[in-house]
Design a protein around this ligand. Structure first.
Ligand SMILES: [Zn+2]
Length: 443
């Protein structure tokens, strides 16, 4: 494998070499936070932490976690951006917001310096995912609000590739533009890539592979790392599929999957300090090969909205073995988000794992499915109700239902009640897929 990096020095540095760089930045950032952030001054004091107590990264665990709800409350009581936002509006050059919330979104401001940092991390992640200066990037993600929009534009231009902003809801334009410009790389969510494949088969009467994409760079939701979905996309487009993951409060893309395809590399080496914790007890878990837990971020180079020990709610598995791409940072797979997790008789089940199994039954199923919840989770009384679409060619629905329920029980250890519905019944998503339908909210 060809070893290529955006920033070879930092991306191939050993953990021991990197540590002093992180340490220095961390101490500087903690001083900055003590100095400027009314939010953290109050929070640290409440926790019995005095200025000067934190002498290095080895003391980080003494600091309290920051929850997303606290940031939301902080914005509510101190509009417009919250107590945790420490930069004056004069220095703020752009304001994004988190996606997926109802009502007033939570806003995230960035300064010029923050933009530079975001661009470097995001570009490093995208480069790991295979973006190169020669690429013509068809960007089929919305450019508004969401951190997967404009910051990705900055990063792709930074790499030197040609950025073609199309957005969502314009599939015909994706087809025409890709053919005309010779677009070779599609950047979108895995849900959109699946949607587009179905769309062009039906509406344009052509195969997705005929679009000519060599690379599919996906992110913003689990999917690119879900084996059956990745396989489906690779087959549909005859392209290399790589995934990434970020966080709107930390950086747009923080992890990028290299061509070795063994998980996503951490790409924010000197900007974010990651920790792994047990989501229930909050105890630290060692970042060793095979470890599982929730990711926690401490930003160590942020001006506008610094966060310390921010709980991401992302559940991950860690890989630390050497990677043939030459990058030395650890890799992860995202198992799902704590917010989506269901618990059936003590067993944790993530909807993306169910989707993986339903998709692996293609072409007998279409791969589209939704979990139906009568009552708020995460605890659910079995059987778990799931609707899955069958293909028009599938005649023996009784056997298919039995097989699906059997394999869900075998692989994910829970009892399911699968209702098979005709192709086209379930909603398609052009941004992030909703895999759970809450019946109790009358949706
Ligand atoms: Zn690698």
């Amino acid at each position: 494998m060809k070893k290529e990096f955006l920033n070879e020095k930092i991306e191939t540095m050993s953990t021991e070499e990197l540590r002093p760089i992180q340490e220095e930045k961390f101490l500087k950032q903690i001083e900055y936070v003590w100095e400027k952030s009314a939010f953290y001054q109050k929070k640290f004091k409440e926790h019995g932490i005095e200025r000067g107590d934190i002498r290095g990264l080895e003391d980080l665990y003494k600091l309290p976690f920051t929850e997303k709800d606290e940031l939301r409350d902080s914005q509510e009581v101190h509009p417009p951006l919250g107590f945790h936002c420490v930069a004056p509006m004069d220095d703020i050059i752009r304001i994004h917001s988190s996606s997926g919330t109802t009502g007033v979104p939570t806003f995230v401001g960035i300064t010029r310096h923050d933009r530079k940092v975001w661009t470097e991390i995001t570009a490093r992640s995208l480069f790991a995912k295979g973006v190169r200066p020669t690429d013509v990037v068809i960007h089929a993600v919305g450019l508004t609000f969401f951190v997967g929009g404009l910051p990705v534009k900055d990063a792709i231009e930074h790499i030197g590739a040609a950025f073609v902003p199309i957005g969502t809801g314009a599939s015909d334009r994706v087809v025409v533009t890709t053919k005309w410009l010779g677009g070779n790389l599609l950047h979108c969510t895995p849900s959109y890539a699946q949607y587009l494949a179905d769309y062009i088969r039906k509406k344009q009467n052509m195969e997705p592979a005929e679009l000519g994409f060599e690379k599919l760079v996906v992110g913003a939701e689990p999917g690119g790392g879900v084996p059956a979905i990745k396989k489906r996309l690779q087959e549909d487009y005859q392209a290399i599929v790589s995934e990434g993951m970020g966080n709107s409060d930390a950086a747009p893309i923080i992890f990028g999957e290299c061509p070795a395809g063994q998980g996503m590399h951490f790409c924010a080496q000197e900007y974010i300090f990651p920790e792994l914790i047990d989501p229930d007890s909050g105890d630290l878990i060692e970042m060793k090969d095979g470890a599982e837990g929730e990711l926690v971020y401490t930003l160590i180079d942020r001006e506008c909205c610094p966060v310390v020990r921010f709980r991401t709610r992302d559940r991950i598995t860690v890989f630390t073995g050497p990677c043939e791409c030459g990058r030395t940072s650890f890799r992860i797979r995202c198992i799902g988000r704590t917010d989506d997790m269901l618990i059936l008789l003590g067993v944790n089940v993530f909807p993306s794992a169910i989707k993986d199994i339903i998709t692996s039954f293609r072409p007998r199923t279409t791969g589209d499915m939704i979990v139906l919840l009568d009552k708020p989770g995460p605890k659910v009384e079995p059987p778990l109700k799931i609707q899955a679409e069958y293909s028009p060619d599938e005649k023996d629905l009784e056997t298919l239902k039995k097989e699906l329920e059997g394999i869900l029980r075998e692989k994910l250890v829970f009892r399911a009640d699968v209702e098979l519905v005709p192709e086209g019944t379930l909603p398609r998503f052009e941004m992030k897929a909703k895999l759970i339908r809450k019946l109790y909210e009358g949706e």
